[in-house]
Design a protein around this ligand. Sequence first.
Ligand code: GDP
Ligand code: MG
Length: 162
Amino acid sequence: MIPVVALVGRPNVGKSTLFNRLTRTRDALVADYPGLTRDRKYGRAHLSGYEFIVVDTGGIDGTEEGIETKMAEQSLAAIEEADVVLFMTDARAGLTAADLAIAQHLRSRDKITFVVANKVDGIDADSACGEFWQLGLGEVYQMAAAQGRGVTGLVEYALAPF
Ligand code: GDP
Ligand code: MG
């Protein structure tokens, strides 16, 4: 069985950018504004000797209320079918209410989850990422998906058990 890695998080945190890097395609639409990629999108990734399916999601519309509506149904479905969830956040934007709501849902699921603080390029990453420990999902992995920083190391760590 090829492991399935879902990219989950609110819009605009860099999920599609990471998807494109992992799958080496531009098929997942990368947009400068939130919410454009609406549906789950699957790709096959080969990295560092690991082969896996990566699932991009349109993200979670943080303007809605309640965890069930806040998390788009596609994102919820992606979490359920995943072996590993990469929960992406934006280190530049900081911790948001939507991030906390997503974290609450993920903590209620029995999924292997890694918190990713993306967009650490050009900022003081350590101080920017500290607050993401409040998500209650353990270690915070720094990443700059647009440059590939932090990607291979996290994949190797996350997929080692599979
Ligand atoms: P998604 O909505 O979560 O899929 O986010 P996208 O992948 O569409 O990215 C949203 C915006 O963030 C785009 O303008 C990306 O170029 C930008 N972005 C993604 N990753 C990084 C990164 O590592 N650093 C910076 N500075 N910007 C990034
Ligand atoms: Mg996207």
